[in-house]
Design a protein around this ligand. Structure first.
Ligand SMILES: *Cc1c(COP(=O)(O)O)cnc(C)c1O
Length: 388
């Protein structure tokens, strides 16, 4: 139960970020990576809120971008150009031009045609551009099908055979410098054996494509999941186990740059969505709580069938009931969850949807011409709320 006053200061719905938890999470991730000699690039697509980006850049992380605008925002918020990589199956000529002009570290190539385009643009600028080949290792990430990216059914990357051809091609493309390989197989991966399989496969592929060990750079992607069911017990993901699993297969860095591109695991738990109950309504079969946030504010439940822990931050009622928590958007999928057990909930109550730091605010839209959600930051939410 919280003081209602704190919430009245901001127009709901809005994202509330615990920057104290973000810093703690970054600290642990950085330490565990460093113990193995690994480097972390933050995947901006999980959350590109400038306040969070500046904190992440301050910790010395690199940036993993999937659009030209992400490269731009990374540069604007303190990421050094030589720590920025750019992936994506559909990079436009303008985006490639922008990345090359800004001397980023590496472009991750996902098709043969793209190699030729990059070479052409680099040649116009008389530059030699570092690239890595994104390999589709055909590994099932055992996560939701809509966030699986590394099987041969997915549009991402090159097969090993295509990569062999790409390597012959790069040897004659004068403005490209092939420095390594990139893998990324999906998101919200919670089973460590999946990362183990990825590391084994990456090692095999590397040996096959680069028998003399010339590659200076291997990128094993992101995808480490977070605990959506018990966010307060597991507010910081098990980075130790994650890096140890990878390290048990590929070892600590020797001469190579070994990179990871974590998004969700770095920012997922530090954000929550604060929304207000507009109405409650009971039908013959259901108990609805209608809140002022909708699928336009937080898309994950509608897009992936994702479940977030939901709490009533203001109800003082002892009695608990089962609710369907829905938004105001004119779509049936505009439902955050069914059968949510909450203390008796009334109009005006504040509902918190937890673990919304990743793929929340970034996916918000103005569908139904609604306003975009605001955001607020607390270095230590519990004590600041107690003081208010
Ligand atoms: C989305 C993405 C990531 C980050 O995934 P998370 O599951 O958020 O860690 C990393 N690399 C690439 C290429 C991506 O597309």
């Amino acid at each position: 139960m919280r003081n209602l006053l704190i919430f009245n200061a901001m127009q709901t719905p809005y994202y509330l970020y615990d920057t104290g938890l973000l810093r703690q999470t970054l600290e642990v991730a950085k330490l565990e990576a460093q113990l193995n000699g690994y480097k972390i690039h933050y995947a901006l697509k999980a959350n590109s809120n400038p306040t969070l980006l500046k904190i992440i850049a301050e910790f010395g992380f690199g940036a993993d971008c999937v659009s030209g605008n992400e490269v731009k925002i990374a540069l604007e918020n303190g990421f050094a150009p030589n720590k920025i990589v750019f992936a994506g199956v559909g990079k436009t000529d303008e985006e490639i031009d922008f990345a090359i002009s800004n001397n980023i570290f590496c472009l991750h190539c996902e098709s043969i045609q793209e190699l030729e385009v990059i070479n052409g643009i680099a040649s116009e600028k008389s530059k030699k551009v570092a690239i890595a080949l994104r390999i589709n290792p055909n590994i099932n990430a055992q996560t939701h099908k809509n966030i699986t990216t590394g099987t041969n059914q997915n549009k991402f990357g090159l097969t090993v055979n295509e990569a062999k051809y790409a390597m012959q091609l790069t040897s004659i493309l004068k403005n490209i410098n092939l420095i390594g390989l990139h893998f990324h197989i999906g998101s919200q991966i919670t089973q460590m054996n999946v990362f183990r399989d990825l590391a084994i496969k990456a090692k095999e592929v590397e040996k096959e494509l680069d028998p003399y060990g010339k590659f200076a750079y291997i990128n094993l992607g992101g995808g480490l999941g977070i605990d959506y069911e018990n966010p307060s017990e597991n507010s910081i993901p098990d980075f130790k186990n994650y890096f140890a699993t990878i390290s048990s297969i590929i070892g600590k860095t020797q001469s190579k740059d070994i990179h990871f591109e974590l998004g969700r695991s770095l920012v997922g738990q530090c954000g929550k969505l604060i929304t207000k109950v507009i109405y409650t309504k009971q039908t013959d079969t259901k108990n609805f709580v209608i809140v002022d946030a909708g699928m336009n504010t937080l898309l994950r439940p509608a897009l992936y069938g994702a479940h977030h822990k939901i709490e009533n931050a203001t109800s003082k009622e002892k009695l608990r009931e089962s609710y369907s928590i829905v938004g105001p958007i004119c779509e049936t999928t505009d439902c955050f969850d069914d059968n949510v057990n909450l203390p008796t909930t009334k109009r005006g109550d504040i509902i918190e949807i937890l673990s919304c730091g990743a793929y929340g605010e970034v996916m918000s839209s103005r569908y139904n011409m609604r306003d975009l959600p605001g955001c607020s930051f607390l270095e230590n939410p519990e004590t600041e709320i107690a003081m208010s």
